[in-house]
Design a protein. Sequence first.
Length: 434
Amino acid sequence: MIPRYSRPDMVAIWSPETKFRIWYEIEAHACDAQAELGVIPKENAEAVWKAKDVEFDVARIDEIEAVTKHDVIAFLTHLAEIIGNDEARFVHQGMTSSDVLDTTFNVQLVRAADILIEDMQGLLAALKRRAYEHKDTVRIGRSHGIHAEPTTMGLTFARFYAEMDRNLNRLKKARMEIATGAISGAVGTFANIDPAVEEHVCQQMGLEPEPISTQVIPRDRHAAFFAALGVVASSIENVATEIRHMQRTEVLEAEEFFSKGQKGSSAMPHKRNPVLTENLTGLARLVRMAVVPAMENVALWHERDISHSSVERNIGPDATVTLDFALARLTQVIDKLVVYPENMLANMNKFRGLVMSQRVLLALTQAGVSREDAYRLVQRNAMKVWEEGKDFKTELLGDAEVTAALSAEEIEEKFDLGYHTKHVDTIFARVFGA
């Protein structure tokens, strides 16, 4: 990803320096296990650790690869240059390139997942704080973009909290799914390397041994991982879309924080645009873009091919770096979101009580009016509000058929806002705990 949408900790996971360091650790731990089994001399295993504080020369490895056309061999050649050819002769004993590449990729994905989990926890904290801040801030709920019935801004934040909490669980499951390693040799049969080597390397690298690998770790694991990232990205877009809607001039129930000196438009000085949430909508598309290729990587030829390799070299860093940035940006947006309770009330009252139509409908049916007739009575008065700008309660009080079933006091009571917020605490207890 370009630096504009990147944060350093996540970027560092995917740097060549980090990759080669993980390769080295895998090879060194494998040598330790081989020496313990008596397969290679202990002094050779110990010699490999002479490079533990060495900064591997990325340019030199690239130079060697230009000749060998093989990245792992290029690295092993460079390692031998550092520790000595004789000392390095048992490095990679019984292993195949995928043992290093696949195990490293999963180590990187696990580390990336740890950052994403931390990001999500920060976002959840921001959503919870804003939910309690606006627990009783009444706003109109909308369905199909049209005024429906009253809700609260706190419930909006709580809804997003619950969704992101599910996503936190998805990220944790994705991390668990991907936290396996394979040091099983050519075609995964352990013919030339003892399974104990795999167990040792995985333990040292914070992974579980892959139960059965074919020479590669099964790619259904990676498909599940990137699918989880795609769901998180979609949830980010869900929140961003709501904020973009609320910031529309005709709505203006909330808006992104507009800092001093910020400019909204090169042409129109009055503009305050939802640029951050629009950006998040675009970034979500990029993360989701990784999902289908990851799923297509599941089907490989026989025990191994590299059709997945070019895909993963791109989607690994791109999806995780982008999602890390997006989660951090959304947290910032939520933290600083400017909320306008007065505008929420003004919008709700724009159609003069119309949003209480269901309460009147239900009251009429409870008073003995058939549902069909009750709907007809309420709708004909509601249409006067839509089409003529009338006041809904006034029209109901002037409708003889309505007042034949409901007293003026009963009609008046149906316009109590508190009726719609009486279970907010119950919902909050479900979302946040008692």
